[in-house]
Ligand binder design. Structure first.
Ligand SMILES: NC(=O)C1=CN([C@@H]2O[C@H](COP(=O)(O)OP(=O)(O)OC[C@H]3O[C@@H](n4cnc5c(N)ncnc54)[C@H](O)[C@@H]3O)[C@@H](O)[C@H]2O)C=CC1
Ligand SMILES: O=C(CO)COP(=O)(O)O
Length: 340
C-alpha cells in the first residue's frame, strides 16, 4: 500500500494548531510549519503549543516544522493560518513551491493596499494553485476542545471542496460547502470589527437589548457593504456570516472582543493590543473598511463610530450620542426583494 501524502498547515498560532489536530484526528499525517524554530522545537518536545494553545495536547500525527520549502514539497493540500499582515511576505519567497497546490485560506483579514482578500493574495502569489476559503464560527480553543462546531469551505472548485470536507469533517467538526467564496471570506473579515464594538459594550455593562441591536445592525451594515461589492447577501445568513458574527460578538474567548472589552475598560488601543499578545485582525480591518466604505459611499455608522473613537479622538459618549440621534432607517434594507 502506498503511504498517504501528508497535509500541510502553515502557521503556528492557535487556529493553525487546532486545525492541525483535527486533521490528525481524522487519520492524516500533518506537517505544521511555523517560522519560529524555537517554537517548533518546544512543540515537538512538549507535544503542546505552550504560547498560543496552552493546555491542548498536540496529536501524535502532527509534526511541527520550520522548513517551509520541505513542508510544501511533501504536501498537496495546504491550510494557511498566517495573520493577514504577514501572509503575502511569508509566502512570496516560496511562490514556486506553491504551484499546483490546493491552498485553503483560514485567515480572516484584508490587505490595506488595494483592499485584497487573502484568497486574492494567494492567487497573485501562486497563480498556478487552486484556492479555497475556510470560514465560520470557529473559536480555536473550542475547536481544539471538541466543542460541536460547523464551518464552511468555499470555492468554485467543487473537487477542492470535497477534498477539504473529506480531510476535515469529523465527529465534532461539520464542514459545509459553498460556492460563494467572496461572501464567505468577506463575512469572516468584517465581523471582527463588530466584535470589538460588542466587547466595548459588554465592558460598559450595556444590556441584552443593546447587544442584540448591535449584532443585528452590524449584520445589516456588513451585508450592505458586501452587496455593494457584489457578494450574495444570502451568504450572510449562513455560518460564515451571521454565525461567525454571533460567536465573535458574544464570546469573551474572541480576541477582537477582548480588545474591545479592554477599550471599554479605558485602556488605550496600544495597551489593549499589547495585553492581548495575539492577533486581533479587526483593528487593521477597521482602517481598511472605513476607507473603502467612504470610497464606495456605503453607509456604515458603526464602522465610522468605532473609527472615530480609535483614530479621530472622539469619546465613546460622543459617538453613542451621535449613533442614537441618527435618523432611523429601514430595518432590513440589504436584501433586495421586490414586493416588500
Ligand atoms: N484563533 C481563532 O479562533 C481563529 C483564527 N482565525 C484566523 O487565523 C489567522 C491566524 O490567527 P491565529 O492562529 O489565531 O493567530 P495567533 O495570534 O494565535 O498566532 C499568530 C501566529 O502567526 C505567526 N506569525 C506572525 N507573523 C508571521 C510571519 N511573518 N510569518 C509566519 N508566521 C507568522 C505567529 O508566530 C503565530 O504563530 C487570523 O487571520 C485569524 O483571524 C480563524 C478562525 C478562528
Ligand atoms: O474568527 C474567529 C472565530 O470564528 C476568532 O475570532 P478572534 O480572532 O476574535 O478570536
Amino acid at each position: 500500500m502506498t503511504e498517504q501524502q501528508p497535509v500541510a498547515v502553515l502557521g503556528g498560532g492557535s487556529f493553525g494548531t487546532a486545525i492541525a489536530n483535527l486533521l490528525a484526528e481524522n487519520g492524516q499525517r500533518v506537517l505544521q510549519w511555523m517560522r519560529d524554530p524555537e517554537q517548533a522545537e518546544a512543540m515537538r518536545t512538549q507535544r503542546e503549543n505552550p504560547r498560543y494553545l496552552k493546555g491542548v495536547k498536540l496529536h501524535p500525527g502532527v509534526e511541527p516544522l520550520n522548513d517551509l520549502h520541505a513542508t510544501l514539497a511533501a504536501c498537496e493540500l495546504v491550510f494557511v493560518a498566517i495573520p493577514s499582515s504577514a501572509l503575502r511576505s511569508a509566502l512570496q519567497p516560496f511562490a514556486a513551491d506553491l504551484a499546483g497546490k490546493l491552498l485553503i485560506s483560514t485567515t480572516k483579514g484584508i490587505e490595506a493596499n488595494g483592499f485584497k482578500l487573502m484568497s486574492q493574495i494567494l492567487a497573485e502569489v501562486a497563480p498556478q494553485s487552486r484556492i479555497g476559503v475556510l470560514s465560520g464560527p470557529n473559536l480555536a480553543k473550542e475547536v481544539a476542545e471538541h466543542a460541536l462546531t460547523a464551518t464552511v469551505i468555499a470555492s468554485e472548485d467543487e473537487e477542492l471542496c470535497e477534498r477539504v470536507q473529506q480531510a476535515l469533517h469529523g465527529r465534532t467538526f461539520r464542514v459545509y460547502a459553498s460556492r460563494d467564496s467572496f461572501g464567505v471570506e468577506l463575512g469572516g473579515a468584517l465581523k471582527n470589527v463588530y466584535a470589538i464594538i460588542a466587547g466595548m459594550a459588554a465592558a460598559m455593562g450595556m444590556g441584552e437589548n443593546t447587544k442584540s441591536m448591535l449584532i443585528t445592525r452590524a449584520l445589516a451594515e456588513m451585508t450592505r457593504f458586501a452587496v455593494k461589492l457584489g457578494a450574495n447577501p444570502m451568504t450572510f445568513l449562513g455560518l460564515a456570516g451571521v454565525g461567525d458574527l454571533i460567536v465573535t460578538c458574544t464570546s469573551p474567548k474572541s480576541r477582537n472582543y477582548q480588545v474591545g472589552f479592554a477599550l471599554g475598560e479605558g485602556l488605550s488601543l496600544e495597551d489593549a493590543v499589547a495585553r492581548l499578545g495575539e492577533v486581533a485582525e479587526g483593528v487593521n480591518t477597521l482602517k481598511v473598511l472605513k476607507h473603502k466604505a467612504e470610497e464606495m459611499q456605503v453607509y456604515m455608522p458603526l464602522v465610522a463610530g468605532l473609527h472615530a473613537i480609535l483614530f479621530e479622538g472622539r469619546t465613546l459618549a460622543q459617538v453613542i450620542e451621535a449613533l442614537m440621534r441618527a435618523e432611523p432607517k429601514t430595518d432590513v434594507d440589504f436584501i433586495p426583494i421586490s414586493g416588500f
